[in-house]
Structure formats: C-alpha cells, structure tokens
Write a protein that binds this ligand. Sequence first.
Ligand SMILES: Nc1ncnc2c1ncn2[C@@H]1O[C@H](COP(=O)(O)OP(=O)(O)OP(=O)(O)O)[C@@H](O)[C@H]1O
Ligand SMILES: [Mg+2]
Length: 483
Amino acid sequence: MWTELSATISSLAVVFFMFEKYLNYFPYTIRGYAERNFRKVVNFVNPYVAISFHEFTSERLKRSDAFFAIQNYLSTSSTENAKRLKADVVKESQSVVLSMEDYEEVTDVFNGVRVWWASGKIPPQSKSISWFPGSEEKRYYKLTFHKRYREIITKSYVEHVLKKGKEIAVKNRQRMLYTNNPSKDWHGWKPTKWGNIVFEHPSTFDTLAMDTAKKEEIKKDLIKFSKGKDYYAKIGKAWKRGYLLYGPPGTGKSSMIAAMANLLDYDVYDLELTTIKDNSELRKLLIETKGKSIIVIEDIDCSLDLTGQRKKRKEKDDDEADKEKDPISKKKKEAEEESGSKVTLSGLLNVIDGIWSACGGERIIIFTTNYVDKLDPALIRRGRMDKHIVMSYCCFEAFKVLAKNYLDIESHELFGKIEELFVESKMSPADVADSLMPKSDEQDEETCLKRLVEALEASKEEARKKSEEEAMLKTKDGVVTEG
Ligand SMILES: Nc1ncnc2c1ncn2[C@@H]1O[C@H](COP(=O)(O)OP(=O)(O)OP(=O)(O)O)[C@@H](O)[C@H]1O
Ligand SMILES: [Mg+2]
C-alpha cells in the first residue's frame, strides 16, 4: 500500500509542480479558468483531505491553544515515529520532552484509521531583506487523512487529540515567573512580550509569619476562588479576583504572593508598568497571559502617576516645591520621565475589569503598596480589589512561626520576655527573621534569641523616644496656638 501511495503522490506532485511552473505562460484570459479546472481534477483524483492548525489565529493576537495541544499530543507519538526531534528539558531538569522538528512527518492510528501529521512553517510574507530572519515565521501542523474517514476524524479524532494534548500539558507543566519586556523591544528577532524563567520561590503559607486566623482565611478564600469556575459562570462574572496587599517594608507582601502561587500552583506575571508604552500595549500584554496565573503589580504607588489627577496636578505649579520634598512623588516623577510611559489609570482599570479582562481563564490580580492612602479609591474599590490584606509588624504569634522555621524551636525560657517586648516594639518580620537566623555554625538558638531581645529592646527604646518627641512637639504647638 505504501509503495502504491508514494508512487501516486510523487506523480501527482510532479504534475502539480509542472502546472504551477508553467501557469504563468498561459494567456492571462484563460489562466484563471485553467487553474480552477486543474484543482478540480486534483481534488477528484486525490482522495486525501488535509486540515491545517496554525500557531497564530488570523489576527495574530493570541497563540492558538489548539496548536499547543497538538504539539503536546504529538510529543508522545513522534518519539516513536519521527526521525528528527527537538528536545526540551522540563520539571527542574528531571525530564526531557521531545517534539517534532519542522518539516517532519509522523503517522497516528485512531480506531483503526491511519492519519498523517506534518509540521511546517510559512516563511515571512515581506520580500525585504531582514536582519532578523525567522521573526515572522508562522508554524503549523497539517493533518492528512482519507476522505472516507472525514466524519470520524473531524468529530472524534480532533477532539481526542486536543483533550490528550491538554492533559499532557498539565502533566509537564512547570510553573513560570514572567516579566514583561519593555515595549520598545517587542520588535525584532524572536519578539516576545513576556520573558520567563522557572518559578522556584520557596515561600509557602507554612513559612509565612502572620496571624493564624488571618492566614487560614486567606487560604480558604484562594481555594474557593480556584474551584469557582461554575459559580463565576453562574453569577455572570469574569473568573478573576483582586487582592491588595499593603503594609510597611519587610512585612511579607512579596513572600505572600509567592506563597499564593505555590498554594494554587499558578504562574506569576510580574508586570512592570513603567516600561509599557501605552494602554493598548498593556492590553496586548494581558491578552498574552495564560489562565491559572497571578498578575502582580508591585509598589503600585511608585509605578506611575496613577492617581487619575495627572493633568490637574501639572497645573498646580505652586505644589511643585512640596512634591520635590516628598520622596514618593519624586520617585514617581522620575519613573515617569525615564520611561515616557503613557499608561493611565483608566487604561489600567480597563485591563483589570474591562471586557478584555475575561479573556483566558482564571486569574488573580495583586497590587502591593507601602502607602495605601496614596492610591486612587477607584483603583482599590471592592469588586476591583476584592480583598484588602494588611501586612503588619511582627507580633508574638508570627514570631513563633519564624522561631519554628528558623531555629526549629517551639518554646524557650526567653519566649516570655520576647512576648512582653512585642507589645511595645515595632519590628518587621524581615528584621525579626534576620535576628533569628544563625550567622555561623557556632551560633545556637540562645544566641539568636538574645540577639532578637536586644533588637526588640532597641526598637522599644526608639519608639519611646519618638513618642516623647511627638508629645513635646504637640505641647509646643499648643503653646504657640494659645500664645
Ligand atoms: N510575614 C513573613 N513571614 C516570613 N518571612 C517574612 C515575612 N515578612 C518578611 N519575611 C522575610 O523578609 C524578607 C523580605 O520580605 P518581603 O520581600 O516579602 O517583604 P515585602 O513586604 O514585600 O517588602 P517591600 O514592601 O519592601 O517589598 C523575605 O525574604 C522573608 O524571608
Ligand atoms: Mg516586596
């Protein structure tokens, strides 16, 4: 059968090639007629049907899910069949995934029906010479089968391939940490909007030091969200949830994001707004994100001037001097001037809960800030940022988690004193963790706990001095006012 088939295909290919080659020599008037009839004859003689699955959909906005599902599906059958394979290492370098090289062909059998898969790519349309070959290449897979099996292939086989492909993708899935490339680098050789590395942050909810009840509440909230596909569909809401994490530096906001990603097994997209040119580029970035992901904008107050009052503020020249003194305004202004970004508050809001935000499956959006009061209320209203989580200074309960993690102890005679000291001192979990961490093999738990006691006492002393100064200032003000 094979010999017969290849002989037929080769003769057809020769005829087809000759026809295409000499088509231009036909008189213009009969060229279209000749071509149409030739194709009719070819279709009549050729009993095979071909379906192409392209990497990009027609608008080239989004990579096709079907293409990737097929790629995964073929990774299993091609290892047995294909002669040229591409290798990729996944799962912390533990396993290798093989896929078909370009222009390779493999066969597959489904319910006794044989089909052929071929991989190919369409070269760039433009004829101009480019320094970046390959940047416009469009890859595709072509499925060929006998027309007798059209029904079974189009109805059952394609569905089977997509389902299996998705299952394989889940099995091989390695979580990624993405960050957006500056929009000015989106053109050129292999343009990608997101750069990525494997996400390997070790923070979990067990290692996170905070109030236990609050921790449990957040965990339940996240799990409920991740299982809420049907519920969100029922209430007619896009399957997404916004979290606002705020609190002083070193209180565990970034660690919390990593813990969330580890709990839900989601990818993380770290969005840097200052390098995005405008709102439409921001939207393009969002479209390229996948489901099961956390989109993070850290230090939102510093990212851009997102207070929604850009114009009004620019007119207020008399405020300029004050702003120069304010470190946040200064930082914001610098970021804006440096980047020339034109992303606006309304653009960002549109991305968070506009019509586009529902594209691509479940998503968590997280903003972090040290200064929650500086944010525009529109940005953080309920519904956009559904849950506000305050990350505060370390308390005794949080300390116990850190002591267990860092020193492997659950009680010690110094715990009583430490508990008392926590009432009056303000130390971030990052500082407490630093005191608790042994700096050499000689340092035992006692040394570390004593170091913490000293730090707590120093912080308590500092707090006392500060409140005294404030009290003095108040009295002075009172005297001045009265005078
Ligand atoms: N609540 C916490 N539980 C456990 N470790 C913590 C906690 N908070 C801070 N740490 C430790 O301190 C370090 C800094 O914390 P993290 O980066 O999460 O703080 P942050 O709130 O994001 O600070 P910033 O506002 O400066 O970004 C972390 O590497 C972590 O080890
Ligand atoms: Mg942080």
